[in-house]
Design a protein around this ligand. Structure first.
Ligand code: SAM
Length: 252
């Protein structure tokens, strides 16, 4: 049966308009108003958090962002957040939710990344790990072409910040299991042409567009995902046009 969603997209989720994966995850986290601790793992400069926290003061946000300039921008934009930029193993706390948007493909030591997340997740908590493949599909982008080519040597010469490498689904799932996570759900996000189209939509139409987008992706995942031959590191047909995958993980 088609799964129709009749909820409105919340303002907290609309703060992340332009990326269906982020909107969907923020909706999950803000679905109730109970106090919660959230850890954003590789938060960049903060994206939609300022508005989301204004709507949801019950969220206590901690961020880790290794790039000092992005971390500084994050501190300026999201005053309420606790921001770490040094070693992730210095971070303490037990988090109800960990989110990590478009980070994993940039991580050189992926096993360590999972170990830190596992240590920080509360029993019964959820880790939404979202990774993208876009950097590896754009031969026209010279910077990506260069980074992809020299990625294997970057960590060895101390340039971890510029590392990026395609995530193969089997590797991500295996590393998650090895770190002590159980896979609750995995789905594909961000239909590529809709991501581009979203940039053209006037602000007053964002709620309706976001609703249509999330409904469509829900249906694609629940009704039209099938196995196919290996293509760009994944064997699911949706990966061909939805170059973003989200794992929902809990402590095993
Ligand atoms: C494409 S950006 C995404 C930023 C933000 N999550 C967003 O969605 O706007 C990738 C981020 O991953 C961070 N990053 C790279 N390696 C990391 C690691 N090992 N642990 C955590 N974050 C990392 C980078 O500094 C960068 O801010």
């Amino acid at each position: 049966m088609p799964q129709t969603l009749d909820r409105e997209v919340s303002p907290a989720a609309l703060a992340w308009f332009g990326n269906a994966a982020k909107m969907r995850i923020i909706e999950r986290i803000t679905a109730d108003k109970s106090p919660k601790r959230v850890f954003d793992y590789g938060a960049g400069s903060g994206a939609g958090w300022a508005r989301t926290l204004a709507d949801h003061p019950e969220i206590e946000l901690t961020c880790y962002e290794p790039n000092p300039r992005s971390a500084e921008a994050l501190r300026r934009a999201v005053h309420a957040a606790r921001v770490f930029s040094d070693q992730p193993d210095e971070i303490t706390g037990a988090f109800d939710y960990i989110v990590s948007f478009s980070v994993f493909e940039h991580v050189a030591d992926r096993a360590a990344y999972f170990r830190h997340a596992r240590r920080l997740l509360k029993p019964g908590g959820r880790f939404f790990l979202n990774y993208d493949d876009g950097h590896f599909r754009e031969p026209g982008n010279l910077l990506d072409a260069l980074r992809n080519r020299i990625a294997p040597i970057l960590p060895a010469i101390g340039l971890r910040r510029y590392y990026q490498a395609r995530v193969h689904r089997a590797d991500a799932d295996r590393l998650a299991a090895q770190a002590g996570f159980e896979l609750v759900d995995a789905r594909y996000d961000n239909v590529e042409d809709l991501k581009a189209l979203a940039k053209t939509i006037p602000e007053q139409d964002h709620p309706a567009f976001a609703q249509m987008w999330l409904d469509l992706e829900e249906r694609l995942n629940s009704e039209f995902a099938v196995g196919s031959r290996m293509h760009l590191g994944d064997t699911t047909n949706l990966w061909r046009v939805m170059a973003s995958r989200t794992l929902e993980l809990t402590a095993a």
